[in-house]
Design a protein around this ligand. Structure first.
Ligand code: APR
Length: 307
């Protein structure tokens, strides 16, 4: 198992760190355009191996040759948000970056499964699909696990219970129009509404929607990376171990949920072949409308792409 992480910034380096510590691959390759950064971070990570006790070789490079024939490629290359920016403000710059990265993946790792993290997430995943020409099963994005984890973490704080007992679901695009679904949110199997009133649920939903911006406001020079990296690793693990976890991911829809030719967050079964199944839920009219509105926003940005 060879895993490449493109972009050795905050999200990329943290992802590489979590991957090697979980010993999920024989080799993790960290690639960036900036000379020295991936080499230095990869060497630093490798030097932690004797302490952490992992065997995954960690290599840093500026050349795609060293990433050749990767089984999985995680794309984190691109600019992060600054305070006041929406993810959509990154569209133009990050499209160019993700196009370049995708061409290189196509040429050097033609069999890879590609997990996109760069923002605006759903649109960048579409760019990766079109430029690599890979099947949609092999190209998907990380967002839903992060959005859901944020929702779960806020519920746990509110109730003073373990995050482990909270199960939740957030659908839709990774943006302000994401669709947290309290109907599918439980505390140890008991619906959330038994624990809090609607006003509290609404407040936590809003905090989830603003979750990324809340971090950007604190950091000022960049965006979140610990939780995003943890979310990527959960997806990678399901692929590497063929676990068939059911996880919310940005998937290419071809009729599911009445949507077509768009990436949007939905629950999916992830196995060794990538997205093995998009799980279609029965939504209420209101939930469906929110999902369609969110997908519309993604489609509008896709229409702006010059691929
Ligand atoms: N090829 C490879 N790496 C690139 C390229 C490229 N064409 N262009 C930029 N990079 C690298 C940068 O050199 C930098 O090291 O991508 C890295 C991005 O790192 P950070 O600036 O720390 O950004 P990060 O917080 O990791 O976020 C990366 O993920 O969550 C999203 O919105 C976020 O789009 C952003 C991406």
């Amino acid at each position: 198992m060879k895993i490449t992480v493109i972009g050795a910034g905050n999200v990329g380096a943290t992802t590489a760190c979590k991957l090697v510590e979980k010993d999920l691959a024989n080799e993790v390759v960290l690639l960036d355009i900036v000379e020295g950064i991936p080499q230095g971070k990869a060497l630093d990570l490798w030097e932690s191996a004797p302490i952490e006790g992992f065997d995954t070789r960690c290599i840093g490079t500026n050349s795609y040759e060293e990433t050749a024939n990767s089984d999985i490629v995680v794309v984190t290359a691109g600019l992060p948000r600054k305070p006041g920016m929406s993810r959509d403000d990154l569209l133009e710059m990050n499209t160019e970056i993700v196009k370049n990265v995708s061409e290189n993946i196509r040429n050097t790792s033609p069999e890879a499964i590609v997990i996109v993290v760069s923002n605006p997430l759903d649109v960048m995943t579409y760019v990766a699909l079109k430029v690599t020409g890979f099947t949609a099963q092999r190209v998907f994005g990380m967002a839903g696990i992060l959005d859901t984890a944020r929702f779960r973490s806020f519920i746990a704080l509110e109730l003073g219970v373990s995050v482990r007992d909270i199960s939740a679901l957030v659908l839709g695009g990774h943006g302000d129009s994401m669709v947290p679904l309290p109907r599918f949110t439980t505390v140890s199997g008991v619906p959330l509404a038994a624990f809090m009133d609607q006003a509290t649920i609404d407040r936590l939903i809003q905090r989830t929607r603003d979750g990324g911006a809340e971090i950007v406001k604190y950091l000022k020079t960049g965006s979140a990376y610990y939780a995003p990296a943890a979310a990527v690793v959960e997806m990678v693990e399901s692929v590497v171990k063929d676990k068939n976890r059911v996880l919310p991911c940005s998937c290419f829809l071809q009729g599911e949920y009445g949507l077509e030719d768009v990436y949007v967050g939905v629950p999916a079964r992830l196995g060794s072949q990538g997205v093995v199944e998009v799980i279609e839920l029965e939504l209420t009219a209101e939930e469906k409308e929110a999902l369609h509105k969110s997908a519309e926003g993604v489609k509008n940005n896709i229409a702006k792409l010059k691929l």
